[in-house]
Design a protein around this ligand. Structure first.
Ligand SMILES: *Cc1c(COP(=O)(O)O)cnc(C)c1O
Length: 595
């Protein structure tokens, strides 16, 4: 092994999340899992979600982007105020955030209003820990000022303890929080969604049965990740597993040396005057881990008898005299870490992160099928699509759960494929990416819908397992007035180009996936190339960009909910570069990424 590694046991993290969630549930508390200790590692977030947390809380936008890019579409909470320059990103990517400064909330409101949204906030109240929070005497005026802001909604109140002033959560201070919550409810005249009673350090109180009624949320990181190594220092909570993370380095040197340095002593590389105890000659080892990677004081060797003596930038100095069994040059040494050490290891780019025991997402199909008409078949052959899908690790299969790709010339022909997909899957949503709604109502109400009124015909005879509430139309930019009326009357969710300009395609697609997946076994994705603005082609002018189209397809793939995909609206006259681009979109929907 060359570089140091940290192994991350996802099954242990899932177990801890479930243990915390189960305890919380019995007291009416819905916890969020905090992934900041792992820099928002998507596998860790998924493990927490499998364990039952209601959402993920994070402190940094970079981490939130990692989570969203990985297709994690659960509610996300931002744990601190954003800088003023990143308020737009906050409104776009985060579902709820912790806030304490009026000036910032004004800016959030202004930006949210511009984007046509309302941002949920949890007002933080300082109960004495002296980190973030509104001072209790300022609470009422602050609430009144926030109520005048149209772009923010007070979704709750919360507090943070033990982080700066080391103030412990108690029945007294959390009862104060509940009292503040009642006050806010009486001013706003509506119940709060969240009364958020702190972080892992609130768990001992919960275990003792001392949590006041009225607290309904906690934000738990350390106890899930580290099994409460820091939270339950003196009396561990035995149900939690403390060994999810292990740091491993290699011994570069092992020699017997005196325990006292020789020569005139000054200050060390970090400005400290080191103190040594003379223990005579000792067997010492040096591992390839340093202060660049970790707070060495937070390391706990797993091998009995090994002691950490200190560290410089790149060397960890160990006493190996009593190691049992003994250690030699070239062998690995491993460590558990406290939370501070874990944070530094996870941010060190020199340490390789190795997630273990990841669970394959259920319902993910690695088999596929293709159905086409003559023109669609020609596109498949010319662009070599089947072989390229095989290269992504898919296998062609006639099984029911195969991801089905259909390609056909006329939009109207996709109805057959959607009906087939509806039959195969118990309940199915649909995402339709197109410039046109294909909803044209007819002059004569009793006449069958016109051939080009595809969605209209589909809504008229939806297969029993597809509900209009699970259908989303994305990218609409042409609609005749009478068609607009029909669209409004339908129960579909429609993202017009104007709305995509306002919220961004990624946000629209995220919402679309959530709507199409709500209570279904997944969704069918219909794509028409006129949705995309491709250079040199008049069909898609004014649509979403090529990159955005790829992004939508990749998000569909990452969601794990894509059950079938159809591409239609390609006629024989389609210029071949456009056909090639469509083939690339299909591959993105099968999970192809640039790297
Ligand atoms: C980090 C943080 C948490 C999570 O703390 P843990 O001790 O890891 O559970 C909760 N709330 C806020 C505001 C935080 O900054």
């Amino acid at each position: 092994m060359s570089d140091p590694q940290i192994s991350i046991d996802l099954a242990r993290i899932e177990h801890n999340a479930r243990t915390v969630v189960d305890l919380c549930k019995s007291y009416g508390i819905t916890p969020f899992g905090v992934t900041k200790g792992t820099c928002g590692m998507p596998q860790v977030a998924r493990a927490m979600l499998r364990g039952g947390v209601a959402g993920i809380a994070e402190s940094r936008f970079e981490n939130i982007r990692r989570l969203r890019d990985a297709g994690i579409d659960c509610p996300i909470m931002l744990l601190r105020s954003p800088p003023l320059t990143r308020v737009e990103e906050l409104v776009r990517t985060v579902d709820v955030s912790l806030q304490s400064e009026l000036q910032l909330m004004r800016e959030i409101s202004r930006v949210a209003e511009r984007l046509g949204r309302v941002h949920d906030i949890i007002l933080m109240i300082d109960l004495g820990d002296l980190r973030e929070g509104i001072w209790p005497s300022d609470l009422i005026p602050t609430v009144e000022a926030v109520m005048a802001l149209p772009g923010v909604r007070i979704a709750g109140v919360g507090t943070n303890l033990t982080c700066f002033g080391a103030i412990i959560p108690t029945q007294e201070n959390l009862t104060q929080l509940v009292a503040h919550a009642y006050k806010v409810e009486s001013i706003t005249g509506r119940p709060l969604d969240w009364v958020s009673g702190g972080n892992s350090s609130s768990l001992p109180l919960l275990l003792e049965g001392g949590m006041p009624a009225g607290i309904n949320n906690l934000r738990i990181g350390e106890a899930i990740l580290q099994g409460g190594r820091d939270t339950f220092l003196t009396e561990p909570w035995a149900a939690l597993d403390r060994d999810a993370f292990e740091l491993t380095g290699e011994l570069l040197e092992v020699k017997t040396k005196p325990s006292m340095p020789i020569g005139q002593s000054g200050i060390d590389a970090f400005g400290n005057v080191p103190i040594f105890v003379d223990e005579g000659d000792r067997l010492r080892g040096i591992a390839n881990i340093g202060r660049e990677d970790v707070i060495a004081e937070g390391l706990m060797p797993t091998r009995p008898g090994v002691r950490v003596l200190g560290a410089s930038s790149d060397h960890l100095v160990l006493d190996l005299t009593d190691a049992d069994p003994p250690l030699a040059v070239g062998e690995n040494v491993s460590f558990r870490m406290n939370y501070g050490a874990l944070l530094t290891v996870m941010t060190s780019e020199y340490v390789e992160k190795v997630p273990m025991r990841d669970v394959c997402e259920t319902g993910e199909s690695r088999t596929y099928a293709i159905e086409t008409d003559a023109i669609g078949g020609a596109l498949i052959v010319v662009q070599n699509i089947a072989e390229r899908i095989d290269h992504l690790g898919f296998e062609r299969s006639a099984k029911e759960d195969a991801l089905t790709l259909s390609v056909c010339a006329r939009r109207g022909d996709v109805i057959r494929f959607v009906e087939d997909a509806g039959r195969r899957h118990d309940a199915l949503g649909m995402i339709w990416i197109d410039s046109d709604a294909a909803m044209m109502p007819d002059g004569d109400r009793d006449a069958p819908p016109a051939e080009n009124a595809v969605l209209r015909r589909m809504l008229d005879r939806l297969p029993p397992h597809v509900a209009p509430e699970n259908i989303v139309l994305i990218g609409l930019r042409n609609a005749a007035p009478e068609e607009a009326a029909a669209l409004k009357a339908s129960r579909m969710r429609i993202f017009t180009m104007a709305e995509i300009d306002a919220v961004g395609l990624r946000q629209a697609m995220r919402d679309a996936i959530a709507i199409a997946s709500a209570g279904t076994c997944g969704f069918h994705l219909c794509y028409s190339p006129t949705a995309t603005d491709m250079s040199g082609w008049s069909g898609g002018i004014g649509g979403i960009t090529v990159r955005e189209t790829h992004s939508a397809m990749e998000m569909a793939a990452l969601s794990g909910k894509l059950r079938s995909l159809s591409v239609s609206g390609i006629d024989a006259a389609l210029p071949s570069p456009i056909g090639a681009e469509c083939a690339n979109f299909i591959l993105s929907a099968f999970g192809k990424t640039i790297l």
